[in-house]
Design a protein around this ligand. Structure first.
Ligand code: ZN
Length: 255
């Protein structure tokens, strides 16, 4: 919410974010409203992500990524003291817990990961048809999932269940090592959080000093994994999630 005095003409950064968020609610929150408070992320996660998308459009990729990283940081902090909190509640009766950092930030991050997974075109197509179908009416998380499944042709049940109904977020700890003899990079990764998560992880491999990383995608389906890459040159740097597309904490060192 904001008052008429918030629009001051000073282009204050904080108020710009607040006003963009509230404008996004005209679509998601006002025109399409969640059927139940349990699904409040359909308003707050959407308004938060669409504010970030406006940042991407108006200020560019760097500001967008900075916003995503700040959001990821907030989620991780919140989960430390609220490890059992999901995004979508199940018949919540305590109305003081309806909205939280998770309904805003983890909801927004879920949309970001969904967009990354199904691609910009399918994401837009799905969000538009969801909006059209539920305009001036109410929707549930499952209604939204159905629209996104139709737009992308993907089964999104596991994705929605893992990021919205399950608690926590992945904490990935790993090492990388290089063998000159085999010309092989070995990456050992461990998920140290309590919950199980499956996801596609991007690994950035830089072989030239000051060069851009080459992105390789790895499918992670267990708590411990070892991945190897045959390379033509010894890497100078290896990084996890260089494009900021996964909601996780990362710790990687060279062995
Ligand atoms: Zn809001």
């Amino acid at each position: 919410m904001y008052s008429e005095k918030s629009v001051s003409g000073k282009r204050d950064q904080r108020w710009q974010i607040v006003i963009t968020h509230e404008i996004a609610h005209q679509w998601f929150g006002d025109a399409v409203t969640e059927s139940d408070w349990d699904d409040v992320w359909l308003s707050e996660g959407f308004a938060t992500y669409f504010t970030l998308l406006f940042t991407e459009h108006s200020k560019g990729k760097d500001e967008f990524v900075a916003g995503l990283k700040a959001s990821r940081e907030q989620i991780s902090k919140y989960l430390q003291s609220n490890p059992d909190a999901p995004v979508v509640h199940n018949q919540l009766t305590d109305m003081s817990k309806v909205t939280s950092t998770l309904t805003y930030q983890k909801g927004a991050w879920t949309l970001h990961m969904l967009r990354t997974m199904i691609g910009d075109t399918n994401f837009q197509k799905g969000v538009q048809s969801y909006y059209k179908k539920y305009f001036n009416s109410n929707a549930t998380t499952i209604d939204f999932r159905n629209e996104m499944e139709q737009a992308s042709g993907a089964n999104l049940q596991a994705f929605f269940s893992q990021w919205l109904y399950q608690t926590g977020m992945p904490k990935i700890k790993g090492h990388w090592s290089w063998s000159d003899k085999k010309m092989e990079l070995t990456l050992t990764l461990e998920q140290t959080q309590a919950e199980s998560f499956s996801f596609s992880l991007e690994v950035g491999i830089t072989t030239e000093a000051n060069g851009l990383p080459e992105i390789k995608k790895v499918s992670i389906n267990s708590k411990k994994s070892t991945v190897t890459f045959q390379l033509k040159k010894k890497p100078v740097a290896v990084s996890l999630d260089p494009q900021t597309v996964l909601l996780a904490q990362f710790e990687l060192s060279q062995k």
